[in-house]
Design a protein around this ligand. Sequence first.
Ligand code: ADP
Ligand code: MG
Length: 339
Amino acid sequence: MSSVMTAQPLPEPADIHETLPEAAPPAVALRGLSKTYKASGKTGEKHALIDVDLTIPRGSLFGLLGPNGAGKSTMINIMAGLVNKTSGTANIWGYDIDRDQRQSRAAIGVVPQELNIDPFFTPFELLELQAGLFGVPPAERITTEILSALGLADKARAYARTLSGGMRRRLMVAKAMVHRPPVLVLDEPTAGVDIELRQQLWAYVRELNDLGTTVLLTTHYLEEAEELCDEIAIINHGRVIACDRTEDLLARIDSKELILTVDRDLAVLPPNLVAFGAEQVGARRLLFRYHASDSPVQGILDAVSGAGLQVCDMTSEEADLEDIFLQLTRGAHNESSRR
Ligand code: ADP
Ligand code: MG
């Protein structure tokens, strides 16, 4: 990563921290949150969120993972006061979005999915405009600090159209930070972004988080959530179907696969391997599915040599989030089809 991408801490959002109660509430707390979009024209009512409970701890790098249409954008737009909820409550940094509307909006910054940057403004002008929109008085603006924190200081006066894709993304993040929110939300930050830029953005998001910003990231990329987030909520058809620390989520699935390549072609599966649930997946390849907690590997290897075979190669795979995701969403599907 180039030095240009090195994040620097921003000044603390003073008015927000000063009013904190003793026991700090979570960064985000949603309780019984539902959203039904009204029927319009051809489409009927849409239950985009159904009774969602979610707690996002302060300081976390939290992933909201779900397929397209799951309700991710609806959820974050409610948090940011951009979409009206149908029922339930939402608290941002301890502020109720209805009762303490001003403070709750001040506590969150949203980076939308689309790059919507006016190409004929400079980063400096865009940030000043945005600060104006958020009612930040000129004397309290930190435009220059934000630009250098995001590695855009030397582009402050360049037209946005001359910025690279990566710089534009960072400018979008900068725009979300003009009011110094403690919670930064990135809605699908890497959708349609090439691999190199994706890696840069991940590194950058990690840095922002290391510096104390609570980051909520929505994504439909399992890999992204697994790689980046310390906690993950999985959302499908408007319901949160899992929420856990990433490693605990992964530990839920204990299944492993072992593929052995043996030294000669097999016409049939040796009978003593049947008990181990072996499957022949190639002339010389055998697949074993097992639970790691049963630790059967030594037994399998003994049985293979007992069948007069030598192992030439072996590969093993652990379950990843994709398996968990498929399991959970399949479960949810079955549940709804049973009703
Ligand atoms: P995601 O961000 O996870 O892709 P969204 O929150 O955008 O999901 O959408 C959730 C569901 O609500 C989808 O079925 C979508 O079509 C529907 N939806 C989103 N916005 C509106 C709207 N303004 N009017 C009606 N339906 C909507
Ligand atoms: Mg979305």
